[in-house]
Design a protein around this ligand. Structure first.
Ligand code: NAD
Ligand code: TYD
Length: 341
């Protein structure tokens, strides 16, 4: 009998890719629990309406009464729901602390109180480790690197990460943590750098590059991340944490130049803007633990091909992009799930 996986944040970028990945590649049923904040977009999953293995539950993780029934039917949890954008957290941290720390605690608590709770995977981030210098390039985050988050977003994710760890240590809950680098791919909200820049360039607008563009990120295709989350669900050690990364470090200037090229624009489209406050210089992941212990490795992340395919997706899916940028996507829930739908 296939199991039921409860995925929180399934209407977001990674969550929607993860749901489609599980329905296509595996045989479990999926419950998508999402509050539909500005980042939640059910249009990304429009093709799954009516799929007997897929169900949407509209609920906030901070309100456990609203999802107790759904939790009761689930065999395991993949917890992705979060406020996720660093710049928003710099502007106002409060929603980040509420959802990412308090919400995670309430979800963990509801989970541990149910009968025979199964595995709970907390999808954390490499940003919990803080930042690295540009040199030496051999220096990367390992699972032993002390957690040293710098932005309010990273602090809030660290709080959730440490709660998942504590619920294992204190209550014996079967929690596992994943810490992944920057993801790219389809259905990403265009406030994050790749979809923001691609959409601007398609529309003939400049791209706002922070500072000198020297900051480095390690880019991984979202489906490689989904595969890693599933490997951790299936084979990860209880109470363990696993780094996930693509060995694909690029400076923001290098990324921007590649996007300009793929969109047929020249460097006059770069608009230098003041740097992000407290901007982490470099993220780089040592993913040898998940590679050696669970046999996972990225297969879809190689640039330039994977980046080109992603740019092509945004070029081909103008309706999805236009609805996000106009706000039209927020009406999808009422139109398709509301009264009379
Ligand atoms: P996203 O912002 O695209 O999606 C977040 C989803 O969570 C949205 O659907 C939103 O409606 C939902 N949500 C927010 N608050 C909620 C609440 N209180 N209750 C229920 N649902 C709520 O984020 P993403 O980029 O898909 O990231 C998913 C997870 O992966 C996050 O936990 C993030 O920290 C982590 N992560 C992201 C990246 C990345 O590059 N995007 C890298 C590593 C880890
Ligand atoms: P982002 O996509 O916000 O992810 P994160 O902050 O989690 O790494 O940003 C990726 C990099 O791109 C980061 O170094 C900041 C930079 N950036 C810009 O230069 N301009 C922008 O408009 C944005 C959103 C990001």
């Amino acid at each position: 009998m296939p199991q039921t996986i409860l995925i929180t944040g399934g209407a977001g970028f990674i969550g929607s890719n993860l749901i489609r990945y599980i329905l296509e590649e595996r045989d479990e049923r999926v419950i998508n629990l999402d509050a539909l904040t500005y980042a939640g977009n059910l249009e990304s999953l429009a093709d799954l309406r009516g799929n007997p293995r897929y169900e949407f539950v509209h609920a906030d993780i901070c309100e456990p009464d609203k999802y107790a029934e759904a939790l009761g039917r689930a065999d395991c949890v993949l917890h992705l729901a979060a406020e996720s954008h660093v710049d928003r957290s710099i502007h106002d941290p409060s929603a980040f602390l509420h959802t990412n720390i308090v919400g995670t605690q309430l979800l963990l608590d509801a989970w541990r109180r149910k009968e025979n709770p199964g595995r709970f995977v907390y999808v954390s981030t490499d940003e919990v480790y803080g930042t690295l210098p540009l040199e030496p390039t051999s220096l990367k985050f390992t699972e032993q690197t002390p957690l040293s988050p710098n932005s309010p977003y990273a602090v809030s994710k660290t709080g959730g990460d440490m709660l998942a760890r504590a619920y294992h240590h204190t209550y014996g809950l079967d929690t596992v943590i994943t810490r992944c680098s920057n993801n790219f791919g389809p259905y990403q909200f265009p406030e994050k750098v790749i979809p923001l820049f691609v959409n601007n360039l398609i529309e003939g607008k400049p791209v706002p590059l922070y500072g000198e563009g020297k900051n480095v990120r390690d880019w991984l295709h979202v489906l490689d991340h989904c595969e890693a989350i599933c490997a951790v669900l299936d084979k990860g050690g209880t109470g363990e944490a696993y780094n996930i990364g693509g060995d694909n470090e690029r400076s923001n200037l290098e990324l921007t130049r590649m996007l300009l090229d793929l969109c047929g624009r020249d460097e006059s489209f770069i608009k230098r803007v003041p740097d992000r406050l407290g901007h982490d210089l470099r993220y780089a992941i040592d993913a040898s633990k998940i590679r050696d212990e669970l046999g996972w490795r990225p297969t879809r992340s190689a640039w330039p091909d994977a980046l080109e395919a992603t740019v092509e997706w945004y070029k081909q899916n103008r309706t999805w992009c236009d609805h996000v940028r106009s706000g039209e996507y927020r009406r999808f829930y009422e139109q398709n799930y509301g009264p009379g739908a």
